[in-house]
Design a protein around this ligand. Structure first.
Ligand code: ADP
Length: 263
């Protein structure tokens, strides 16, 4: 039956042979599809009401009613947060549905410049932001998806690093490929959280992360984008010292950099 999906596993058996375990995962995959469609549809349906709420909140001027002003401001902040969650869920659904993204040469000089600008915009002068580029190459993949992955890492680094800290964005050769690393001197992540950190809505500390303005979906997006590029995410972190998130790309993803005109 071509509709049946099997999961096959080969495991060593009693020193002398192998055991082939076949599991029928047709139903599981169907449920997974239903879950994906559901999340995508709900997110999509939430967009319009949110736009309307935003629209009306924006009409309010603080001097219209000074007493209401702080409440309206909070409503605005929360509805913006909700809009960001909806956008992130839609991005995740799109990534999950995509077998292969449209791929092209991804110009890394402008990418690094954009990431620096984004870091500076979130930091507002409270951190030292630096960019190092010792790889001098471009990548091959989806510019849009890679940008959203890198930019999530950069936003996290700034948000989880106290004022006066440092955020470093570094493109360098790595093995026979290349790595884009985002390093910070921030609060770090306790080791026991690392295995689950890329799960949707997983947070080290719910309140701390809500305050920092994240949606809890950033690292899932990073993980998905890297999977689609056969790349991996390495995380090193020490509480109180900082974290390094490194996206490692194989040689098949490396392209010689085009002339400076693109920079
Ligand atoms: P969020 O939107 O909450 O940042 P993410 O999926 O991007 O969600 O990250 C998951 C959790 O991982 C965060 O809530 C935070 O606790 C932790 N985290 C991510 N990046 C960093 C970092 N650079 N430093 C410290 N903790 C981090």
């Amino acid at each position: 039956d071509p509709g049946v999906r099997l999961s096959l596993r080969l495991i060593p058996y009693a020193d002398e042979g192998w055991l082939l375990v076949a599991r029928d995962i047709t139903k599981l995959m169907h449920l997974e599809q239903v879950r994906r469609d559901f999340v995508a549809n709900v997110s999509h349906e939430l967009r319009t009401p949110l736009t309307v709420i935003h629209g009306y909140l924006d009409l309010f001027e603080p001097e219209d009613d000074p007493q209401m002003a702080p409440m309206i401001e909070e409503m605005r902040r929360q509805s913006q947060r909700m809009a960001q969650i909806v956008e992130d869920l839609l991005t995740l659904s799109r990534l999950e549905a995509q077998e292969r993204p449209a791929e092209e040469t991804v110009a890394m000089a402008p990418m690094l410049a954009t990431l620096r600008r984004e870091a500076e915009a979130i930091s507002q002068g409270r951190h030292r932001v630096s960019v190092e580029d010792s790889a001098g190459c471009d990548l091959f993949g989806s510019t849009k998806d890679l940008h959203s992955a890198f930019s999530n890492l950069v936003a996290n680094a700034v948000r989880h690093t106290p004022a006066g800290g440092e955020v470093r964005i570094r493109l360098s050769p790595h093995g026979d490929g290349v790595a884009l690393a985002v390093e910070d001197t921030g609060q770090g992540i306790p080791a026991q959280h690392l295995p689950r950190i890329t799960e949707r809505f997983y947070r080290v500390s719910a309140s701390r992360s809500r305050d920092s303005g994240g949606t809890g979906l950033g690292l899932s997006i990073v993980k998905h984008v890297l999977n689609l590029h056969q790349a991996r995410l390495e995380i090193e972190s020490e509480v109180g010292k900082g974290s390094t998130f490194r996206c490692v790309f194989g040689p098949e993803r490396v392209r010689p950099r085009a002339a400076e005109a693109t920079a």
